[in-house]
Ligand binder design. Structure first.
Ligand SMILES: Nc1ncnc2c1ncn2[C@@H]1O[C@H](COP(=O)(O)OP(=O)(O)OP(=O)(O)O)[C@@H](O)[C@H]1O
Ligand SMILES: [Mg+2]
Length: 274
């Protein structure tokens, strides 16, 4: 594996408070890292330091190559541009030909269920919708390193599944993914490395140990012509217009994909242990 970014003794202080304390970290091409941890622990700070948007107070970040970065922030600035105007401008800056840009945007708007909102001013859009626009922008031109700060916050379930699919496609193309997130099923679905951030430290979490034995409860709504995938029949109980399933965590993302493919809509999801 090729190392592309190296953090050497990185520290960050805000108002004399040390958030990150002498962190060493190697990041490899095609790696998919999730930073997790409590609110205020320093996840966003780590991403910004790696993206070169925040200067560390100590240590240095070494980039092994000239890398094309794309950073999707946690909170989008409120703008009066519409989503379509914004993406058009960003695409132009990225040098994407007009027709290609239009086609890509149209397909992505459809994928993320946004078609009806493309002409709404961005200042009037919800947090989840803005987050999707940030993700679409990142997908317009494939970056080498994609940084996503809490990409799922506020996104509806169907869009979360689309997001997971798209991120795994990027992983297949060797894009390096770095994200901060709280959702364990997301880490399990798209990350190969989970790092917990807290008390100045960044520590590797053993995902298999952390998630083994967990189960999820999923709710699906039946769409027209939906069929029941044989494989998951034993886990499913019909409930009026929909169904409910209890499924081991490591099977859940496959089941969701399969159910969506068979015409069901994911309506909800929770940890069976809660
Ligand atoms: N520009 C800033 N000036 C002063 N303090 C800051 C600044 N940015 C972050 N901090 C502080 O640094 C700490 C870490 O913030 P950070 O945003 O990295 O946390 P986080 O883990 O991303 O939290 P969350 O889960 O809420 O997004 C917090 O205590 C925050 O208040
Ligand atoms: Mg944050």
């Amino acid at each position: 594996m090729k190392e592309i970014i190296q953090l050497e003794k990185i520290s960050k202080e805000y108002d004399h408070k040390r958030i990150i304390n002498q962190i060493d970290l190697s990041i490899y091409e095609g790696q998919s890292i999730a930073f997790t941890g409590h609110n205020g622990s320093g996840k966003s700070t780590m991403l910004k330091i790696i993206a070169g948007l925040v200067k560390p107070s100590g240590g240095r970040v070494v980039y092994r190559d000239r890398l094309l970065f794309h950073y999707v922030p946690e909170r989008f600035p409120k703008m009066s541009l519409t989503a379509w105007q914004y993406l058009k401008r960003m695409g132009e800056i990225d040098g994407i030909p007009r027709k290609v840009l239009e086609d890509r945007c149209e397909n992505l708007f459809e994928d993320f269920f946004l078609t009806e909102m493309v002409n709404t001013s961005m200042k009037d859009l919800s947090k989840g919708t803005l987050q999707k626009i940030g993700v679409i922008q990142a997908l317009l031109r494939k970056p080498q390193v994609l940084l996503l700060d809490e990409p799922l916050s506020g996104q509806d379930m169907d869009s979360q599944m689309v997001f997971i699919e798209k991120m795994n496609a990027l992983r297949g193309e060797n894009v390096t993914l770095l994200m901060s997130c709280h959702e364990q099923y997301l880490m399990e679905s798209i990350s190969d490395t989970v790092l917990s951030v807290g008390e100045g430290k960044v520590e590797k979490v053993d995902i298999t140990a952390a998630f083994s034995g967990r189960e999820y409860i999923l709710w699906f709504e039946k769409q027209k012509n939906a069929t029941m995938p044989e494989k998951y029949r034993p886990y499913i109980r019909q409930t009026g217009e929909g169904c409910r399933a209890r499924i081991p965590e490591d099977e859940s993302s496959h089941m969701i994909m399969e159910m969506i493919r068979c015409g069901w809509k994911l309506r909800g999801m929770r940890d069976a242990g809660i």
